[in-house]
Design a protein around this ligand. Structure first.
Ligand SMILES: [Zn+2]
Length: 385
């Protein structure tokens, strides 16, 4: 492996700028990027020709991700200073979740996790990568702040704790409440957040747990209150000061929300009733957040799926393995986060996209792509090294 000190400093900056354009134009691979090398755009954007696909992949396998994390923090700081990240109902929120980027039965690297899967009656080892991502929620921006790769032999909560330790150092006042799914209802995580004066709202699914049974026993003795969430009619139960989770340092609060709503079927035109039930456990006391607010925040957990991972995978091609190397995978994903944050910020600050400009994100990505296919002013010697 090449010594990192031998990498020309200018090269990393050039490659980051080239990679940002690759994500903005949704090119999806280094080879697609390389095919645009004759565009006049690159000389204007990079001040030189576009490096080859091999050079980009090889360099990202040696890049220091700390620089990309600093760039992500700079975007956050600038937006915060310009009051572009307003709280939601008075609270700064962040959501954490795990994401599996890809899997393979053949190709693997030292950073791959592995599991045994039955395929055609035989057990086979499947290799995969997973990270834990944190997304900051504000209206209307959703910023992807950081990620931590899950290491072989560790569980997702351990990875999340490592991520939060770093994030709280760099973003100590960026959020007051963490939202998470049921996997994160674990005492080390709750206690860690309490020690850092942060709150947690987490889905509670395991009906075998003492606190779940304790809360349900108390709920059965009290009539629910009526409420609403979006177009849904809700019945809410809300019980605090529960001490049946002794591993956590404070009594907890459990909220149950039974929700009903109607959808109209396109084929028949008939209204159909739908229903769902949610239970959350939280460190937030009733004196700080009402039942309605915790229910609203609890549902915002899905933003990291709908506005984060789904967008990144389906539109930004983040799950593509640009170079199968643990350092490169982390660096390319962080670069995609930076591209995503800059793209949304630029559109929101300049066009107020959702308010007065009805064009989609995909439209603006195609504008970027069109720029890469303009060959009118190609320089004869602008070839890749
Ligand atoms: Zn791997």
């Amino acid at each position: 492996m090449t010594d990192k000190r031998l990498l020309p400093r200018i090269m990393t900056g050039v490659l980051v700028k080239a990679g940002l354009v690759m994500f903005w134009a949704r090119l999806g691979s280094l080879n697609s990027l390389a095919q645009t090398s004759e565009a006049a755009f690159w000389l204007r954007w990079l001040g030189r020709s576009l490096p080859s696909a091999d050079t980009v992949g090889r360099t990202f396998a040696q890049v220091d991700s700390a620089g990309l994390r600093i760039s992500l923090a700079m975007v956050y700081s600038r937006l915060k200073r310009n009051k572009a990240l307003p709280p939601i109902n008075g609270f700064d929120l962040a959501v954490i979740d795990g994401h599996e980027t890809h899997n393979s039965y053949r190709r693997h690297c030292p950073g791959c996790l592995q599991r045994s899967i039955e395929v055609g009656g035989k057990r086979r080892i499947q290799y995969y990568h997973r990270n834990v991502t944190i997304m900051l929620l504000s209206e209307p921006l959703r910023l992807l702040l950081d990620l931590e790769p899950q290491c072989p032999g560790e569980d997702e909560v351990t990875t999340a704790l490592r991520l939060l330790k770093r994030v709280l150092l760099r973003y100590p006042r960026a959020f007051q409440i963490i939202l998470a799914d049921a996997l994160y209802a674990r005492s080390p995580l709750v206690n860690f957040l309490l020690d850092h004066r942060k709150h947690l709202i987490v889905v509670l699914k395991d009906d075998r747990r003492d606190i779940y049974q304790d809360a349900c026993g108390l709920f059965s003795r009290h009539a629910p209150s009526k409420g609403s969430f979006r177009t849904r009619d809700c019945l809410w139960w809300d019980q605090e000061n529960l001490t049946t989770w002794p591993q956590v340092k404070k009594p907890m609060r459990v909220i149950r929300s039974q929700e009903t709503w109607f959808i109209r079927r396109q084929i028949t035109g008939q209204l159909e009733q739908k229903s769902s039930e949610w239970v959350w456990v939280t460190t937030l006391p009733q004196s700080l957040a009402s039942t309605a607010l915790v229910v609203k925040f609890g549902h915002l957990r899905w933003d990291i799926e709908n506005l984060g991972f789904n967008q990144l995978v389906n539109e930004w091609h983040v799950d593509h393995i640009y170079c199968h190397d643990p350092i490169a995978i982390e660096a390319f994903t962080l670069l995609a986060f930076l591209a995503h944050n800059l793209f949304l910020t630029f559109l929101w600050r300049n066009f107020k996209l959702h308010r007065c400009n009805r064009k989609t994100f995909r439209y603006w990505a195609r504008i970027c792509l069109a720029e890469l296919h303009q060959l009118d002013h190609v320089k004869p010697n602008s070839r890749s090294p």
